[in-house]
Design a protein around this ligand. Structure first.
Ligand code: FAD
Length: 509
């Protein structure tokens, strides 16, 4: 058992007893066998001394139990690491950022508390997965869509709190952006409700995001200021249909117009689907040029007009060709998604993404996992070409001349008004290989930051490194985050170090 740093065995044993009193003996896990289940299967330090590991885990079933656990931890100085379903693969899994923390596992809190069809929102607990919410909506026959990320087994709350996103229409696919109202247990066990939830008689907790006064919800996104025990989300009323257009240009010259036109159409809210940009034009990888898929969700007559408008804009680009796919009617409640579609684009959670990374005739020896490097880039064609050329020019040096199987860059347009230049780094259960991947990853963070390209999300082991790239004015933002951390969690027990914010007593260590 890995004791939390600086905690005596007596205090730790006492804390586990207090947790048992709070949640029941069977929901406190301290055997090596049980605690090993909280290891990060994609750890880039697998089986090495630096691997982040928990000391124990505790799984409350109610908010009162969460409060009791947090109060005991606060009194005894035990670091806690809250997770919802803990399936944060590629970003740390269910292992804590600070080794020795006790994982506060919230997956037993799995009630869908409310879904309102008339104004399209849901209120859920942390253990509710995308599958759970989807099934609840199906069972009640509601004409609403959820927005799943690729793996449907994750938590609606956990994914949003880590800055995750999905694949249907904007604004629903920005999961934190689509939330409305939270309930949070702070480091001393006090419960706070944000937005309209702070007004005892208000009936609009899930309908008005802002409430009154300074908005604090952002402190809990990629944060460590509290344990989120409830969260509201706006859902999409099922769109009638989906139609997709494809704009293609034959060379790099056309990409500036392609991206400017995409920006115009998205900013006008003419295109709302998760667009996809591929190099290789219509001729596949290896050919010059670019293609851009623009999916549009909505009522049949409206989206036909929107697509015609999109065509008229893309055809103004020199040499751009535009084609339309068949219009696909969406499935109603209780119906299967149309055949052959990518399910997440139709609001249906599933796990098919893992087949891409698993063993197959094309991939006889899969690495076994990956971590993502996801710098945010300006949405301009010139910058995209610059990033691609920069990546090519530096690849050999960053990988020290070796082919490490790094995949990328894939340009993702999930977020409004910016691009993600995603690069995927394979992870293996081989310390030698992992150390070479680490050296390459760290080099890319450094090289990209020098160009002003910094990441929006990072695996736990790199959260400090990436936080250092947000250093404007002598790290003023981080210093402010630390002041807030010290005020709301003075004993620094919650998710120490998450996204680079450490409590006072660990800051200089
Ligand atoms: C093949 C593959 C494809 C993927 N595709 C996507 C994708 O399409 N979109 C995407 O967003 N991600 C994707 N991921 C990344 C990741 O697996 C998902 O984001 C996943 O949903 C995160 O796990 P979770 O939902 O169980 O969250 P959790 O692991 O429960 O939570 C994530 C983190 O948030 C914090 N947290 C969670 N709950 C709480 C709480 N209640 N209070 C305070 N803090 C909390 C913790 O620090 C925790 O570590 C992919 C990963 C893989 C391997």
């Amino acid at each position: 058992m890995a004791l939390p740093h600086g905690v005596s065995e007596t205090d730790f044993t006492h804390a586990l007893d207090r947790f048992r009193t709070a949640v029941g003996d069977e929901w406190v896990f301290s055997s090596d066998e049980d605690v090993a289940l909280y290891r990060d299967a994609y750890s880039i330090y697998w089986d090495e001394p630096e691997e982040r590991v928990a000391s124990a885990a505790v799984a409350p079933a109610t908010v009162e139990e969460v409060q009791a656990v947090v109060r005991a931890a606060n009194e005894l100085g035990i670091p806690l690491y809250p997770i919802s379903t803990g399936r944060n693969l590629a970003y740390g899994g269910s292992a804590p950022m600070y080794s020795g923390s006790v994982v506060l596992d919230l997956k037993r809190m799995n009630r869908v508390l409310d879904v309102d069809e008339r104004n399209a929102w849901a209120l859920v607990e942390p253990g509710v997965s995308y599958f759970d919410l989807y099934n609840h909506i199906q069972e009640r026959g509601l004409d609403l869509w959820i927005d799943p990320p690729d793996p449907g087994w994750g938590s609606v709350i956990g994914n949003a709190l880590d800055g995750g996103g999905g694949w249907t229409a904007y604004p629903f696919r920005d999961h934190f952006g689509a939330h409305c109202g939270m309930e949070v247990v702070l480091g001393d066990g006090e419960i706070v409700r944000t937005g309209m939830g702070a007004a005892p008689g208000a009936k609009t907790w899930q309908e008005n995001k802002w409430g009154y006064g300074p908005w604090v919800d952002g402190l809990f996104r990629q944060g460590n200021m509290g344990v989120v025990t409830k969260m509201g989300f706006w859902l999409m009323p099922r769109p009638e249909a989906l139609i997709t257009g494809r704009a293609t240009v034959a060379s790099d010259d056309g990409v500036v117009g392609l991206i400017d036109t995409l920006n115009l159409l998205e900013n006008q809210q003419m295109v709302n689907g998760s667009t996809q940009l591929n190099s290789g034009g219509s001729g596949g990888f290896g050919s010059p040029g670019w293609s851009l898929d623009v999916p549009i969700y909505g009522p049949v007559n409206v989206i036909r007009e929107q697509l015609a408008y999109a065509r008229s804009k893309f055809e103004q680009i020199d040499g751009c060709t535009f084609s339309e796919s068949e219009l696909i009617m969406t499935q109603g409640p209780g119906e299967d998604a149309p055949p052959g579609v990518r399910l997440v684009n139709f609001g249906v959670p599933n796990l098919s993404t893992f087949s891409l990374l698993g063993r197959s005739p094309f991939q006889p020896n899969p690495a076994g996992g990956h971590i993502g490097f996801s710098p945010i880039l300006p949405r301009r064609g010139e910058e995209l070409i610059r990033f691609r050329d920069w990546y090519r020019a530096n690849s050999a040096e960053a990988s020290q001349g070796e082919d490490l199987g790094i995949i990328g860059p894939v340009f993702m347009t999930n977020w409004e008004r910016s691009l993600v230049g995603l690069i995927m780094f394979p992870v293996a259960k081989d310390a030698g290989y992992n150390s070479r991947i680490r050296a390459a990853f760290e080099r890319w963070v450094e090289l990209a930051a020098a160009e002003g390209w910094v990441e929006y999300r990072a695996p736990t082991v790199y959260q400090d490194l990436v936080a250092q790239t947000y250093s404007y004015n002598d790290n003023a933002l981080k210093r402010m985050q630390e002041k807030i951390k010290d005020a709301v969690d003075p004993n620094g027990i919650l998710a120490a170090g998450r996204y680079g914010v450490w409590p006072k007593h660990l800051r200089d260590a």
